[in-house]
Design a protein around this ligand. Structure first.
Ligand code: CP
Length: 307
């Protein structure tokens, strides 16, 4: 269960009960968003929003969440705007930011940078994506979206497609959904971008069924959730490999016609061209609703950590 002043660093720290508690609190937060006024007064909380890598959804929804709780935000929106660009250590920088705020939300390109921050401060730290490592609040809002759209987190088949090697949100989603009953997966990716062994080993350990394929036409019939990811150009060391693979899977209305009528389409965004714009008008397209859900879920986390 989430306690005051705990850190949120990785998805494996959550139990099924934690996720249910966060989702219930997020639902309460939707009432605050709609009615514009919290039922309680907790003034004077300050969030340091520390984004040393680009972000739209995570930073803006965290900052919006704070403001909807009637709290305050101080911001660093790129490395050049911070003394990290003057070779200050992550630890020294963290100690100072923690003096000026009640909670740190941090995105940084270096894996484990957020853990290093959490090691030296006494305020809660939320990982907003640390390089090749984790993006736990994205996974929580993904699970909340599935609950809202499908009515349950049990008895679901989830198909994930695209860059499953570098697309860390897919790994986190599998770890969280693996906590629920009768869940199964299909992974669609080219050989070079297959889901990593650490994920399939987790599924093997828990006896959770999954299949792997490299084609949209295989394994699509049973999916309740289709989770699409972009090819992450910035993670490829060989750009010619990116060029070769970038259009491997493009979701169009025509492709979708063969899927279950009530399949929901999710995407952590930003998209490049892996979901055709004509798909946006379909009721199945849940990705903008998913991005909006970042606000109540992040409000819930901030409230549970700071109340
Ligand atoms: N999904 C996500 O993390 O988006 P941003 O990079 O825009 O924050």
């Amino acid at each position: 269960m989430i306690f005051q002043h705990e850190h949120i660093l990785h998805t494996k720290q959550f139990s099924r009960e934690d996720i249910e508690h966060i989702c219930k609190t997020a639902k309460d937060m939707e009432d605050i968003i709609l009615h514009k006024k919290p039922g309680w007064q907790l003034q004077g909380k300050i969030m340091a929003s520390l984004f040393y890598e680009p972000s739209t959804r995570t930073r803006m929804s965290f900052e919006s969440a704070m403001k909807r709780l009637w709290w305050e935000v101080i911001t660093v929106s790129d490395s050049d705007g911070s003394s990290l660009s003057k070779w200050e250590s992550i630890e020294d920088n963290a100690i100072i930011n923690a003096m000026y705020s009640d909670i740190l939300v941090m995105r940084h390109p270096e894996a484990r940078s957020v853990m290093r921050t959490a090691d030296v401060v006494t305020v809660p730290v939320i990982n907003a994506w640390d390089g090749a490592n984790q993006h736990p609040t994205q996974a929580l809002l993904d699970v909340y979206t599935i609950l809202k759209e499908k009515g349950s987190l049990d008895n679901l088949h989830i198909t994930l497609v695209g860059d499953l090697k570098y697309g860390r949100t897919t790994h986190s989603l599998v770890f969280l959904m693996g906590l629920f009953q009768n869940v199964s997966f299909t992974f669609i990716a080219p050989e070079e971008l297959k889901i990593p062994k650490k994920v399939t080993e987790f599924l093997d350990e828990k006896n959770i069924p999954y299949t792997e394929t490299d084609s949209y036409t295989n394994g699509i019939k049973q999916a309740d959730v289709l989770y699409v990811t972009r090819m992450q150009r910035e993670r490829f060391t060989d750009i010619s490999e990116y060029e070769r693979l970038k259009d491997s899977f493009i979701l169009t209305k025509e492709v979708l016609a063969k899927w279950k009528k009530d399949v929901i389409i999710m995407h952590p965004l930003p998209r490049v061209n892996e979901v055709d714009y004509e798909v946006d008008a379909l009721p199945n397209a849940a990705f903008f609703r998913q991005a909006w859900n970042g606000i109540p879920v992040r409000m819930a986390l901030l409230y549970l950590l700071l109340k």
